[in-house]
Design a protein around this ligand. Structure first.
Ligand SMILES: [Zn+2]
Ligand SMILES: [Zn+2]
Length: 302
């Protein structure tokens, strides 16, 4: 895909000969102002809110995406940015020159540099825009009773639970020590309830799919009337907009400024600590005003 700038907007072009550029070649991508009178597509809003997706991830025609961009409702970002002459992947933060490749690209008609590091989530190259939502967020309706769990916590767990609530409500960064495996998830329940009650969008991210699969039914039974998106490689909830998301840390790479609170489970476990791109993912998936809670069993040496 190539673009031309006209009237402070970019427009897609099919041919290479007319002065068009790849998206990474624009110094700044103009963002049209939001036009309140434009009637946006709520399905597209649900789909794109808090995301950064490739065109092939989005089941809507390009013309519709472009119209939403021209009316200020969709953002286009560069898939690959340059720091000096060195490419940086916008999605995963990869800066290692050895983790970029080059190919003859049919979309832009040139040799295109692409990120090899996050290619399992679809190829990002110099001509790849990342699409996001710039309009209002979808409304979420809350059930009368948010939490169905009514168990009790030990004194130590209660203290940790109170700290999680406070961190979430005050947008703090907080490290919670899990004293032992038992009751670790229950320590989060009050914080999740408080976040949902305050119409915050919350995500619990864990390094491995098996942890996500184990957490999901426990959260579904604690919050029976809340829609929960469960995201891992190959999961069917990939495009569900939900107030509560449980995801592998890898899946956070598809989110951008999405969550008011992120809880990172097992921050000491492989592969989170060894994978800087997953830290990048968590940072980018947060809103600028948000809480980040680390759940750990052992101190990180870093
Ligand atoms: Zn290309
Ligand atoms: Zn990448």
């Amino acid at each position: 895909m190539r673009f031309l700038i006209e009237n402070n907007k970019i427009f897609p072009q099919k041919f290479t000969s007319n002065g068009s550029l790849r998206i990474s070649q624009f110094p700044i991508i103009p963002q049209p102002a939001l036009k309140p009178e434009f009637s946006y597509n709520p399905a597209l809003q649900q789909f794109l809110t808090g995301k950064q997706l490739l065109f092939e991830d989005i089941p809507f025609p390009f013309d519709e995406i472009q119209t939403h961009y021209e009316n200020g409702y969709i953002t286009y970002r560069k898939g690959i940015e340059y720091q000096g002459k060195l490419p940086v992947c916008t999605r995963c933060g990869n800066k290692d020159p050895q983790l970029f490749g080059a190919f003859q690209c049919a979309r832009c008609g040139e040799t295109c540099i692409y990120c090899r590091h996050c290619i399992m989530m679809g190829r990002i190259s110099e001509c790849t825009p990342l699409f996001g939502w710039n309009g209002p967020e979808p409304d979420t309706e809350l059930p009368a009773k948010i939490m169905g769990w009514s168990g009790t916590l030990s004194a130590g767990q209660q203290l940790a639970s109170d700290q999680v609530v406070e961190a979430i409500l005050q947008n703090k960064e907080w490290l919670v020590w899990a004293v032992c495996g038992a009751g670790k998830t229950e320590v989060l329940f009050a914080g999740i309830e408080a976040a949902l009650a305050a119409t915050k969008r919350i995500c619990i991210a864990a390094p491995r799919t098996d942890v996500v699969l184990e957490l999901a039914p426990r959260l579904k039974s604690a919050f029976p009337d809340i829609e929960i998106a469960v995201l891992y490689g190959g999961s069917e909830d990939r495009h569900v907009y939900a107030p509560l998301t449980i995801a592998t840390t890898h899946q956070l790479l598809r989110f951008y400024h999405a969550f008011d609170a992120i809880i990172l489970d097992e921050v000491d476990a492989f592969p989170y600590t060894v994978e800087e791109s997953l830290q990048h993912a968590a940072i980018h998936a947060r809103k600028s005003e948000s809480a980040l809670i680390y759940l750990s069993a052992t101190p990180n040496q870093k």
